[in-house]
Design a protein around this ligand. Structure first.
Ligand code: PEP
Length: 255
């Protein structure tokens, strides 16, 4: 396995945008544009309340639907939360876990990221696991240590077999929603570092077969250069995924 044999995954993260009717329209528009572009897997991660209309609109297309978070318990007294089996039954196939906005604003920790990842994998969902350093960590030259620690803690107790359903998204926090993008070389180095951590944790085959995305202000203008890098197997895209034409351009760059 190497870049040529790993299938790229282009995933949109709509964050807290789109009502259910807007979701339907946007999935339909996106589907029309990305039709037949099967050189990568295409995922849209939508707000919980949009899942039903997004899944319906994506039927028969090459778009899969994901959620943006999942709780680690199967059921119980967790007001406002959603379990992995609930997601699965609504037709969700992917779930983002550990997004930096969840870590920054909602108290997500490496431990809960690990618990959520286990719950999602047990239910059969594919996990898009986010890791990334903040600006001060990059400036202090501890990016590698941070990425290594986050990856190891998130994957604690997760088997080699389960890794077949884990995608890792390298998302430098300073590049998310800021318009700042990691250079292709920075993105490649960080994704390569994560791959070497996987080789240590598991084995070389697992490391070489895991999809590692870059995320952080990826757009129609910079995607081709980022996606050309050896360790960058796709993208997790926020802002640009809300605009079907821009998202389609990124999908096209990944073919
Ligand atoms: C994201 O939400 O994961 C993201 C990368 O956002 P943006 O593309 O807007 O920086």
């Amino acid at each position: 396995m190497n870049k040529a044999t790993r299938k790229a995954v282009i995933a949109g993260n709509w964050k807290m945008n789109m009502t259910p009717s807007q979701a339907k329209e946007t999935v339909e528009k996106t589907a029309a544009l990305v039709k037949g572009k099967d050189g990568c897997d295409i995922v849209l991660c939508v707000p919980f309340v949009d899942i039903a209309s997004a899944v319906e609109a994506a039927k028969g297309t090459n778009i899969k639907i994901g959620a943006q978070n999942v709780h680690f318990a199967e059921s119980g007294a967790y007001t406002g939360e959603i379990s992995a089996s609930m997601l699965l039954e609504t037709g969700v196939e992917y779930v983002i876990i550990g997004h930096s906005e969840r870590r920054q604003y909602f108290g997500e920790t490496d431990e809960t990221v690990n618990q959520r990842t286990k719950a999602a994998l047990t239910a059969g969902l594919t996990v898009i696991l986010c890791v990334g350093e903040v600006l001060e960590e990059r400036q202090s030259n501890i990016t590698n240590e941070i990425l290594s620690m986050q990856t190891k803690l998130a994957l604690a107790g997760i088997s080699t077999e389960d890794m077949k359903k884990v995608i890792i998204a390298y998302e430098p926090v300073w590049a998310i929603g800021t318009g700042l993008t990691a250079t292709p070389q920075q993105a490649d180095e960080a994704c390569g570092l994560i791959r070497s951590v996987l080789a240590d944790l598991y084995d070389e085959t697992t490391a070489q077969s895991t999809t590692i995305q870059y995320g952080g202000s990826m757009n129609d203008g910079n995607a081709a250069e980022l996606l050309a890098k050896v360790h960058v197997d796709g993208g997790l895209i926020g802002g640009a995924s809300l605009v079907p034409e821009k998202f389609d351009a990124i999908v096209t760059a990944a073919q």
